[in-house]
Every structure is written in structure tokens, then in C-alpha cells.
Design a protein around this ligand. Sequence first.
Ligand code: SF4
Length: 375
Amino acid sequence: MSPVGAAKVRQQAAIARPALLLAWYDRHRRVLPWRPPAGQRPDPYAVWLSEIMLQQTGVKTVGPYFQKFLARWPGVAALGRASLDDVLRMWAGLGYYSRARNLHACAVAVLRDHGGVFPDTEEGLRGLPGIGPYTAAAIAAIAFDRRTMPVDGNIERVVSRLFAVEEPLPQAKPVIQKLAATMLGEARTGDEKTRAGDGNSRAGDSAQALMDLGASICTPKKPACSLCPLNEGCLARLRGDQETFPRKAPKKTGKLRRGAAFVVTRGDELLVRRRPEKGLLGGMTEVPGSDWRAAQDDDVALTQAPRLGGVTRWHRKVGVVTHVFTHFPLELVVYTAQAPARARAPKGMRWVPIATLDGEALPNVMRKVIAHGLG
Ligand code: SF4
């Protein structure tokens, strides 16, 4: 298509897009545990809780965790009064545990500094722990109908295709953000009225409509363009190269780290310890282990094994446990040992019944290690 032709399509489609999108959303919106029926105001607590859980985790995984949290702590005040240990335990298995610590810190701050009521502006929300620009925009739009467009991965994909954005991510983020904002359409009343939540802006619905479109129709592979309400003005579709968007700069993956983990049993109990509060998996439960380095050396690793009276032999399990963190992949060899009945836990460690491990704040990597060690 010529640049003039493309510009014309862009112009015509831009006028109709927000209305088409909302009309599609009214018919096809996803049913999600944190989303109230159409026409009802969303609960800011539910919106915030779901947004924190959905950072780096998919909708399917988040659903049961969201419901568990809501049943245990039905409001932000209840969560703010809970202990961090209880929150971490409930979060175990969801990954990216700094989110759980921030979730708790945020609930405490809302209770202490805001009388148990979430601020209703992006700026106010951004002042809370764990709420960055995206999450602040998402809560402001969805819970308070503020005219702002939170851009997640789904929206990035839809918008980069609609406008055939050639610049690769992450550099393209500001451009995509601007283009995504055009999908909000015109408010029928002034900002103040919109802010009051009279439903005229439908900013939250516009954002959720784009998210739903990305999740169900404009999927990474084989987008269902024939069902898409925006297909007539989609530049990537007109060119036929939808799947190549969004363009991405080559990924830099962190260097592989290696280490050893020690699965020590005493009858039907397992030796565990708590990770330091700060840093990766801070405050979570783990089995003792060696440092994680570029190379794994059995002799060096065994010097870091827990000292237990009576343990004479470590058994090295066949194979390794692998796990990928955001910034690096990890490979762990697993040693097992059986401690005598009266062996005391070394300083900073404790014995826990294997039957109650589900109640521990165990990150996924440790669940894999324990399964491998006990298997
Ligand atoms: S027409 Fe296809 S590529 Fe374009 S936004 Fe719709 S589903 Fe995505």
C-alpha cells in the first residue's frame, strides 16, 4: 500500500475504532473472577489484587490464587492486618515473590496512610509499594474510570499490528503508548465528571476490551482477523504480515548459574531454612544449598552442605533440576541424606513434616528440588 493510502486507512479507521471496540467488548467480554458483571463498578481492592497477581503470571494460574486471597482477606484492611508470613505462604507457587512482599506493604500503607481506601488517581496509586506506572494506569482506568490507557503485552501486540509499528520493543513502548491512547475515544463530558465515575468515559472498558481482543482474537500466532472488529483498518492485516508484530530486539538472556541443593530427611521430616529477607526469593522457604556460580564443583558445594551429627554420606541424585528466573537460568544438582532420629537442625534451619510442606512458602524452584530429591 502507498504511504498516502495507508494514511487514509489510518485516518478513517481511527475515527471508528474506539466505538467498534466497545461494541465488540459489550458482546464478547471475558468472564474473569475479578471482573464484575457488565454495568457494575469494579471493586478497587479486587482490581489491585488481580493486577499485582497478573504481573508476570497468566490469567489461568492467577484465578485460584485470587479467589483464595479474596476468601481469606476480603478487603484491603484485612490484608493490611495479616502477617507477611501468612501472605507469603498463601502466595507460594505463584512466583516472583517480591510481588507478595509489595502486596502486603501496599495493603499496610493503604490502611495506615489512606484510611483503608485506595487513592483514585494514577499519581496517588504510584506512591504505593509495588505499583508502577502500568499498574497505576490499570487500576486508575478499570477501578476509577480515569482516562488513561494501561499498555500490557496484549495491548502492545494489538496496537503494533493495527498501526504496523516497525520500531522494535522495548524502544517502541512510548510510540505504542501514544497510539494505544487513541483507542480511548472521546469522552462525552469533562474530565471531572468522568473522574466521578458516571460511566461516560468507559476508559476501563476500552483498556479491558483491547486486553480481551489480544487474548482471544489478536493472538501471537494465527490471529483470527476475520472475527476482529478492527480488521478493516488494521495495517498489518492489509500487508499480510500480522504475525511478525510486535517487532522485538534480540533477547539478552542471563548467564547460566549452577549450584547444589541438599535434601535432608529425618524420618518423615525435611530440613529447611528461610532465605534472607532481601534479594531473590527473599523470606521464602528453601532447602539448604550452595552458592550459585558459573560453574558447579561438587567438592566446593559439599563444603557448604549442612553439618549434621551422624550424616556420613551424601547421595548425588542422577540428573539436574533446571529453573529459569527472569534474569538467568539455574541448574541445581541435588544431594540427599538421611539424618539420624535425634539429629538437631543446624543453626537457622528447622525440621518440617513433609506432609505439611504445602503450607510452607516454597518457591517453585524448591518444589522441583524437593520432588527430585524425594523421588
Ligand atoms: S485484524 Fe488481525 S492483526 Fe489486526 S488487530 Fe485484528 S486480529 Fe490483530
